[in-house]
Write a protein that binds this ligand. Structure first.
Ligand SMILES: C[C@H](N)C(=O)N[C@@H](CCCCN)C(=O)O
Length: 450
């Protein structure tokens, strides 16, 4: 009897698997970013201050950081596997976004507060926090899925394409949020996100069938690399200097990108005089750039390597962008758009090099835990930085009012972002030094020639 070819060796099957799980993540990114362009509308329509907005935005990471949900998610991923963890994560996302919608639309009595926050803001934030657990655990699960199907093959390209499709979700969110909210209501974009997430959940359930078949084949062919989780693995990860450098670079780099984007629509309108209808689209430009460039850079890295150098280049570009945004006298809209495009390049360079690097440093059995720990440290920034920026804006940056909205001077927040970007360059340099010393192979191509 002819032996059936391993599923991962079939180009069509492995790329289909990638397409399906990438769709789930695209829906997650849409929901993640859908509230950002609405900051001014939330202030005008629902009375959310910058502190409320910062609190809501940071809530994405709250449970991941303070209840260690990402760590439990990572352990669960390595112990109970991709299918159960991924299904639970997608269900959590749907539950979270539903609660977020309730918080934005339910009528609470005037002045109702929960733990020092307006009731509506608190409930929306609680929903976003549950969504955040699902989105991050889904993120590590999908990363492990890609490593499972593409290790030694087109790993960089595949991770690049997944990130690129996620960016479509972000870009769509930034572009449609304001027009949809103006046409219907400020909560309608969230309803659209909820619908997309349900389809994404279904997609993951379909992927699970493929995953089961692959596992059966691997068992049969004794190719299975996964093993049960052990604390020895966690210890091994934590004593690896490469882990700490990647985690630090990750938290610093992403703290300069995601939290920045959440506030950037207002930066566009307040500093550069761009209309609020267009501001979201401009803020979505890095996502659009990354959509095209991340797979391109992923492919170059697959064939040529130079991952550590590319991470340094991306971090340097980030300093350039935030520093120019911080200059109070540079206010031309053209500069604002140009910098968004440069940010798009940096936003493609670093992720396309960073995520496959983790798979070079750690074996498959440790990947779930390693990615979870890195995401955990990254989430500390994704929680703290929006809270910090929201607080700085409310306390020190109000320079006037336009109708229902405050007018903000973004100089100090942009200096803070420049500081984080500078630290990220230093860490990227140290990673390159560590790579030489410990031989992680970060400068080597991802594709292993046999
Ligand atoms: C926010 C999330 N924790 C994250 O870091 N996302 C990365 C993509 C990670 C995918 C790795 N295969 C991003 O750049 O969006």
């Amino acid at each position: 009897m002819k032996k059936q070819e391993n599923l991962r060796n079939s180009v069509a099957v492995r790329w289909s698997a990638l397409g399906i799980v990438s769709f789930t993540m695209m829906a997650a990114y849409f929901v993640n970013d859908i509230m950002a362009p609405l900051k001014s509308m939330l202030e005008a329509n629902l009375g959310w201050t910058s502190i409320d907005f910062g609190f809501f935005t940071g809530a994405y990471s709250f449970l991941n950081v303070f209840l260690l949900m990402l760590i439990w998610g990572g352990l669960m991923l390595d112990k109970f596997g991709i299918r159960l963890t991924g299904k639970l994560a997608t269900i959590l996302m749907v539950v979270g976004v539903s609660l977020q919608y309730y918080g934005m639309t339910a009528h609470f009595s005037e002045g109702a507060m929960i733990i020092g926050h307006k009731a509506g803001v608190f409930i929306a934030a609680a929903g976003y926090s549950i969504f955040g657990v699902g989105a991050e655990v889904a993120g590590i699960t999908v990363t492990k899925i890609i490593a499972k199907w593409f290790r030694g093959k087109e790993l960089g390209t595949a991770m690049g394409i997944q990130v690129a499709l996620a960016r479509i979700g972000s870009q769509a969110a930034y572009s449609v949020a304001i027009p949809v909210a103006k046409h219907f209501s400020v909560s309608t974009p969230v309803v659209i996100g909820g619908g997309l997430l349900m389809v994404g959940m279904l997609a993951f359930f379909i992927y699970s069938v493929m995953d089961k078949r692959l596992d059966r084949q691997d068992d049969y062919e004794e190719e299975k690399e996964e093993s049960q989780f052990s604390f020895k693995d966690v210890k091994e990860i934590l004593v690896n200097p490469g882990f700490w450098l990647i985690a630090l670079l990750c938290v610093l780099f992403y703290s300069c990108v995601f939290p920045f984007q959440k506030f950037a629509s207002e930066l566009m309108t307040n500093k550069y005089g761009i209309s609020d209808d267009l501001a979201g689209t401009f803020v979505g430009l890095p996502a659009l750039g990354a959509l095209i460039l991340t797979p391109v850079f992923g492919n170059v890295l697959d064939r040529k390597g130079k991952g550590a150098s590319i991470m340094m280049l991306g971090a340097a570009m980030l300093i350039f962008v935030h520093f120019l945004y911080s200059l109070p006298w540079v206010t031309h809209w053209f500069v604002a758009i140009f910098l968004m495009l440069v940010l798009g390049i940096a936003f493609s360079l670093v992720p396309s090099a960073m995520w496959p690097s983790v798979a070079k440093i750690f074996p498959t059995r440790q990947l779930g835990t390693a990615y979870a720990l890195i995401f955990f440290i990254q989430n500390i920034g994704l929680w703290g930085v929006p809270n910090l920026i929201g607080w700085i804006l409310d306390k020190y940056c109000v320079i006037g009012h336009t109708g229902e909205n405050n007018l903000y001077d973004y100089t100090v927040p942009m200096v803070v972002f420049t500081g984080f970007a500078t630290l990220s360059l230093i860490v990227a340099y140290l990673l390159k030094v560590a790579d030489k010393r410990y031989g992680y192979g970060l400068e080597k191509p991802n594709i292993v020639k046999v």
